[in-house]
Design a protein around this ligand. Structure first.
Ligand SMILES: CC(C)(COP(=O)(O)OP(=O)(O)OC[C@H]1O[C@@H](n2cnc3c(N)ncnc32)[C@H](O)[C@@H]1OP(=O)(O)O)[C@@H](O)C(=O)NCCC(=O)NCCS
Length: 183
């Protein structure tokens, strides 16, 4: 379980204290361009503190219903983002996937798609998950596109469910059954 999960471009390493304490990680969580689509109003209002990041990471690293990964590029070995498998339900064999590529300079190079494909392969094909879900703000078409390319279907639009500043924004809910996965 502690072995990294290998994609083609990235590997998913269990998130560890070295990731938590990496100043780059704090920088991503304070970068409005990175966090604006993450529904984190507190982080948008004022720079998140080192203590808050530490306690969030420590909670999620210990959680039984969540699995938290650092996304590392295989060629360079650097830490570039995080991926979380949340809402793990062993009764229904379902879970929810969320991702952040913190390095904005690396957006658009297929890292998110590679990371999500890798976790889906693991969850569907090795661990027997039946259904995976994800959600994205409607102003995040790149995220929606990645999930759709991997076989996720748009299952719902929660109208004006999200908020960014003074604007209310639709939330797109996506789901993928094991047999629909295209990665
Ligand atoms: C969303 C995010 C994960 C995407 O990561 P990424 O590594 O750039 O994604 P990829 O390169 O794998 O794929 C992006 C795809 O979206 C497409 N895309 C990007 N902007 C787009 C836009 N405005 N409209 C339509 N498609 C768009 C890209 O062309 C690419 O598709 P392609 O490979 O078919 O050309 C990254 O931008 C991020 O972490 N953002 C901040 C945090 C966040 O929003 N996380 C998701 C919360 S639900």
């Amino acid at each position: 379980m502690n072995e990294p999960i290998e994609g083609s471009l990235v590997r998913l390493a269990p998130f560890a204290t070295r990731h938590r304490d990496d100043p780059a990680y704090l920088g991503w969580l304070r970068d409005h361009d990175v966090i604006r689509t993450l529904n984190l109003p507190g982080y948008m209002a004022k720079p998140v503190s080192v203590e808050d990041v530490r306690s969030y990471c420590d909670r999620v690293m210990r959680s039984a219903s969540e699995r938290f990964f650092a996304i590392e590029r295989k060629a360079e070995g650097d830490f570039v983002g995080t991926l979380k498998v949340g809402s793990i339900n062993s009764h229904t064999s379902t879970a929810d996937i969320g991702i952040m590529i913190g390095r904005r300079d690396l957006w658009g190079r297929g890292l998110a798609q590679d990371a999500i494909a890798a976790i889906c392969r693991r969850l569907f094909r090795t661990e027997g998950f039946r259904r995976l879900t994800a959600g994205a703000m409607a102003i995040n078409p790149g995220m929606i596109r990645v999930f759709e390319k991997l076989g996720f279907q748009r299952e719902g639009c929660f109208r004006q469910h999200d908020r960014l500043g003074d604007e209310y924004i639709d939330h797109i809910h996506l789901g993928c059954l094991a047999e629909e996965f295209a990665g």
